[in-house]
Design a protein around this ligand. Structure first.
Ligand code: HXC
Length: 257
């Protein structure tokens, strides 16, 4: 079925997913989440797709989970639907995901950006976890991921006051890796995505997995994990090709798996 809440475009080896609920400032409802996860799970398996760029509109990356969809739900509705659990499938996508954020990234929108691997923000971006104003708390990982990304005191400041943070503060805090003028956001995000997608997809996936482990394992276990997967790369053609190409002073060809 054709997705109604997102647009999908492929540019070279990059799949661009654009959230497309402009009237609701890209609020994340269940249909949007299901469409996104289903499309991305297919593309994740496609060797021709080496990176995702996830973006919204100039005004809003996403203004949060859909308040109108959830406002009348009971505790039991939430519990039995395991509301928001579908986003776990999004975090299991193994192809790297770049969030290209303009405008509001609030609540679930900020959490969606944090579920990506890299966040690029335009100068207009505003990040926040304003759920406290609605009588709830972040529900798609915000209390955990924001704390790991910006530290306890900044996360407390944002989550307990509900205030918004601009792009410059977000970069200073380590939430965002680059701030880009808004008219260059997509172009620069695509350039980075195309570069990532030009490398061996296998190696990129393994590198991503290793970095992801850093937030969950002890340093000792993490370093051991890294060493083991580093060793394993020597079983791939891509290691042979990458190193041979260096010696021969040519560009490696990672297109053969
Ligand atoms: C549903 C939303 C929405 C949302 C905006 N809209 N955010 N609908 N869910 N999260 C809708 C508005 O109702 C409105 O629809 C239209 O989008 C335009 O929004 P306005 O408020 O008129 O725009 P503006 O005045 O420019 O203000 C922009 C805004 C504001 C500051 C971003 O919309 C806002 O504060 N939104 C809510 C942000 C938020 O609280 N997010 C966290 C959600 S909870 P109509 O039909 O009136 O034109 C969450 C996690 C929940 O994400 C986890 C706990 C379980």
């Amino acid at each position: 079925m054709k997705p109604m809440n997102i647009k999908i475009e492929q540019r070279k080896r990059v799949a661009i997913i654009t959230l497309d609920r402009p009237k609701a400032l890209n609020a994340l409802n269940t249909a949007l989440m299901q469409e996104m996860v289903s499309v991305m799970q297919k593309l994740d398996k496609d060797p021709e797709v080496g990176c995702f760029v996830i973006t919204g509109s100039e005004k809003a990356f996403a203004a949060g989970a859909d308040i109108k969809e959830m406002k009348d739900k009971s505790y039991l509705d939430m519990f039995h639907e395991d509301y928001f659990a579908g986003w776990e499938a999004f975090t299991s996508i193994r192809t790297p995901k770049i969030a290209a954020v303009s405008g509001y990234a609030l609540g679930g929108g900020c959490e969606l950006a944090m579920m990506c691997d890299i966040i690029y923000a335009s100068t207009t971006a505003k990040f926040g976890q304003p759920e406290i104003k609605l009588g709830v708390i972040p529900g798609i990982g915000g209390t955990q991921r924001l704390t790991k990304m910006v530290g306890k005191t900044k996360a407390m400041d944002l989550i307990l006051t509900g205030r918004l943070m601009n792009a410059e503060e977000a970069e200073r805090s380590g939430l965002v890796s680059r701030v880009i003028p808004s008219n260059k956001l997509i172009e620069e995000s695509l350039q980075a995505a195309e570069l990532i997608a030009s490398y061996s997809k296998t190696t990129v996936m393994i590198a991503k997995e290793a970095v992801d482990r850093a937030t969950e394992l002890s340093l000792r276990e993490g370093v051991l994990y890294e060493r083991r997967v580093f060793h394993a790369l020597f079983a791939t053609e891509h290691q042979k090709e990458g190193m041979q190409a260096f010696v021969e002073k040519r560009t490696p060809d990672f297109s053969k798996s």
